[in-house]
Design a binder for this molecule. Sequence first.
Ligand code: NI
Ligand code: MN
Length: 221
Amino acid sequence: MAQFHYINHACFTITSGGKTFLFDPFLDGNPEGLKPADIKCDYIFVSHAHWDHIADAYEIAKANNALIISTAEIANQAAENGCEAHGMHLGGTFMFPFGKVRIALAYHGSGIAGGHACGFVVDLYGTKVYFAGDTALYGDMALLQRQDAFDYAIIPIGGNYTMDPKDAAIACEFLKAKYVIPIHYNTWHPIAQDPEAFKADVEANTASKVIIVKPSETIEI
Ligand code: NI
Ligand code: MN
């Protein structure tokens, strides 16, 4: 078993195998009032360098001596900022002490010169998750489950910057995850969405179950 803790927006932790994995660190406006010094983690995944995904990454990484796993451009910048970092790139896989990581495509800005946004398919001591990062819908999502099987898909539904609920529901048809956790919505007005409508749509049209997790909540996964 592992624990998924939703901090806010696209920021969450998964604790598995005695380690804590932090994704897209951005603590602004989180309902628990968590500050970077409150976060304890061992590894940090960064999908791209937009502020709402990387804001607190370097401070938290340095305080925890945590390893940042990201694309090469972000990993290089992290190292320049005094962090431990492992650079990868689109389509790349690597076996870490906790398990395999694949860098998935994401159709979105990178926020850094020469870079590319990404998603991650990760095996965290047996907890298998796809985190989409920020992305448009794309057909090759259908390949991911075949490349590396995962149980949970954590995907944006906010629209405006990423897939909206309708596109995200089509993504669920491609992803074939047992469980889907929607994120990256209701943080700000342009990405206001109804997750209950998304859940009803997905569960009517796919075999996936949608788990709506509110910021500050923890669930067992
Ligand atoms: Ni973005
Ligand atoms: Mn974003």
